[in-house]
Design a protein around this ligand. Structure first.
Ligand SMILES: [Fe+2]
Length: 360
């Protein structure tokens, strides 16, 4: 943290988060500085968090996906496919323009986005779950693919396949897709047909093998235990191996009509556990590097009840950042610097996070 002259920050709004010398937040970035607040701040030593850090393995890069573009993408995908029976070339043409919109936003190889933060109420009247899921999977797939060296046309086709991967679900009755509780064997068999149904819906259009594979093979597993064909290892197209990981992560974290999603760190730890069993370890590695769970400066609550701010994220262990505590478990402000390294304190974990929308 470095001290700043408050007078030098004179403006109508705070240009950064302002802290006192104990690290207690005095005013959030963007908040208006009224005459009373100005008077109070002038009595304090005002600090901002320093951006300098010498540890090279810590990453500060972040990219927050814009809410308005995200919402538009979901709406566009819905309007292209909601009543499609058989896909025609013009459907694909429109979808490629969505791929281009995604790529325009994703300039970096890391991403942070949280669809739960986005207001999608205008789509609630439709069975929009598949479309929200497909956009999320496409975003996660895009950054994972970039980390694996996908570029230009290859990358575009990878994203296209991710957008289309669950197309076959449009042919599965909604009551089964959204059924709370356990599915009967027959219902599950019906759901398991969606990869082949999706591939069949694409038979009128010319697409590269990777695109079709993302649709038909995204439920295949590295260890043969997947469906529909029981493929194994590298006989599964790499595009489909990537979509397999991002699809499972998204499905675990997303809220469904019948259950709440699990926290991102927990989903990511499950994906790690299944690396080499269900998923290609190289893909899991690229996915891990692509995802920012806790952007730096996000405010988190630990399972101990303490609250703090994420001050460093280790690329190798993104679920376990270093947290600078701000409040104890009783909500009292701390008057000394306490850092919790979650990599060292394995019984401690992040229970929830308050994200700030902040363009990088
Ligand atoms: Fe699927």
């Amino acid at each position: 943290m470095e001290q700043v002259q408050f007078n030098s920050m004179m403006s109508m709004t705070a240009s950064a988060d302002l802290f006192n010398r104990f690290g207690v937040l005095l005013l959030s970035r963007g908040q208006p500085i009224t005459a009373t607040i100005r008077e109070l701040l002038e009595k304090h030593e005002v600090y901002v968090w320093s951006r300098q850090n010498n540890k090279s393995d810590l990453t500060k890069q972040k990219k927050i996906f814009p809410k308005d573009i995200y919402t538009k993408l979901v709406g566009s995908l819905w309007s292209i496919y909601h009543d499609a029976k058989l896909i025609q070339p013009e459907h694909i043409e429109k979808t490629v323009s969505l791929v281009e919109a995604i790529l325009k936003e994703l300039k970096s190889q890391t991403i942070y986005f949280d669809s739960k933060q986005f207001n999608l109420s205008k789509f609630r009247q439709y069975d929009q779950g598949t479309f929200i899921h497909s956009i999320n999977v496409a975003l996660l797939t895009a950054v994972t693919g970039m980390n694996l060296g996908y570029r230009s046309r290859k990358l575009k086709n990878l994203i296209l396949g991710a957008l289309l991967h669950d197309l076959g679900k449009l042919r599965v009755p909604k009551e089964i897709l959204n059924k709370p509780g356990n599915l009967t064997g027959q219902e599950f068999d019906l759901i398991k047909q969606h990869p082949c149904l999706g591939a069949e819906m694409l038979k009128n259009v010319r697409l590269l093998p990777g695109v079709i594979a993302s649709v038909e093979e995204h439920h295949e597993r590295w260890n043969v235990k997947g469906y529909p064909h029981g493929l194994t290892g590298s006989t599964i197209h790499l595009d489909a191996q990537i979509v397999a990981v991002t699809d499972v992560y998204e499905a675990l974290t997303a809220d469904r009509p019948y259950r709440q999603g699990i926290p991102p760190y927990q989903a990511l730890e499950m994906i790690f556990a299944w690396s080499g069993r269900d998923f290609n370890p190289d893909v899991v590695q690229a996915f891990r590097q692509a995802l920012i769970l806790y952007p730096e400066n996000s405010i988190v609550t630990l399972n101990t009840g303490e609250m703090g701010m994420v001050v460093a994220v280790n690329k190798q262990f993104p679920t376990r950042p270093v947290v600078r505590l701000l409040f104890d478990s009783n909500g009292r402000t701390l008057n000394k610097e306490v850092f919790v390294d979650l990599l060292q304190n394995l019984t401690c974990f992040i229970e929830c996070v308050e994200f700030k929308e902040e363009a990088s």
